[in-house]
Design a protein around this ligand. Structure first.
Ligand SMILES: Nc1ncnc2c1ncn2[C@@H]1O[C@H](COP(=O)(O)OP(=O)(O)OP(=O)(O)O)[C@@H](O)[C@H]1O
Length: 262
């Protein structure tokens, strides 16, 4: 197994005595796609900031591989609306050579928009532009904060598909925050459900059955998410009759901590 790109060990962040992130331990390797889900205010952005080195932890450690290049994709493109700026110029501001900028635009499928104004891009095109800017850095690790915000459902599926493709092409690690549970469950390798502390984590197929997941998101969300992964709890014999087997528990693939009420 390769060395982790980033390791968080028991990272805690407190603001004015309030705990935003509570003893979170995780690591990301090349090829991983790790998605952090959790309710509003759960500490997802704070955790990402700690990982990026923008938020010093109150306790615990963040270890980044020496020389690690991170490509960060923020939630949204915030630009002064009156400032005329083409896609090409926006990419040039990254400081990367023009050829690499053009390659990154082509990779995210918006090469044809190089001369368009960034103010006229659709929500999905803006997200692809932000992704292209991050790619131009040739990152070892892509960090995305709700990459599909403001993108319609087809565009979201395409965006998550693109993220997987980029992971394959670049052999980078990916960590992202997402609220789009259904897409996350279909597109990610591993999910971490955060509510200050890690409530549960594991493969998407298992996590939707986890009591901590159900407690956090409610049974109806958990059931609708579970539909995406037909969970086999039985087998058939040669005649097609059902042979009951012992159902797998989340602990067989994932990890679950004891859940203290807040
Ligand atoms: N710089 C700060 N100073 C004080 N409190 C902060 C600061 N940053 C975040 N918080 C608090 O920490 C908690 C977690 O915030 P955070 O933005 O990490 O949550 P989140 O899971 O990303 O939420 P959302 O899904 O709504 O974006 C919140 O209660 C927030 O008010």
């Amino acid at each position: 197994m390769t060395e982790p790109l980033v390791t968080l060990d028991a990272v805690t962040v407190r603001f004015d005595g309030r705990t935003a992130v509570d003893r979170v331990t995780l690591s990301i390797r090349r090829g991983d796609i790790l998605t952090i889900i959790g309710p509003n205010g759960a500490g997802k952005t704070t955790l990402i900031k700690a990982l990026l080195g923008l938020q010093p932890p109150t306790a615990g450690t963040v270890t980044r591989q020496p020389g690690l290049v991170i490509g960060y994709v923020p939630q949204n493109l915030h630009m002064e609306a009156t400032l005329p700026l083409s896609v090409r110029r926006f990419m040039a501001l990254s400081g990367r050579p023009a050829e690499e900028c053009a390659q990154a635009l082509a990779r995210t499928g918006i090469g044809h928009l190089a001369d368009a104004s960034i103010h006229h891009l659709s929500g999905g095109e803006k997200q692809r532009l932000l992704l292209a800017r991050a790619l131009a850095r040739r990152p070892d690790l892509l960090v995305l904060d709700e990459p599909a915000q403001g993108v319609d459902i087809n565009g979201q599926a395409a965006l998550y598909h693109l993220i997987r493709e980029l992971r394959d092409q670049l052999n980078c690690g990916v960590i992202m925050i997402s609220h789009d549970l259904h897409l996350v469950m279909a597109a990610t390798d591993k999910v971490i459900c955060l509510n200050q502390h890690v409530c549960c984590s594991g493969y998407p197929a298992d996590i939707s059955h986890d009591p901590a997941f159900i407690e956090t998101f409610g049974r109806s969300v958990a059931e609708s998410v579970a539909v995406y992964h037909h969970h086999h709890n039985h087998r058939h014999n040669l005649h097609g009759d059902v042979i009951p087997t012992i159902p797998e528990t989340s602990d067989s693939h994932g990890h679950r901590c004891s859940h203290e009420p807040h």
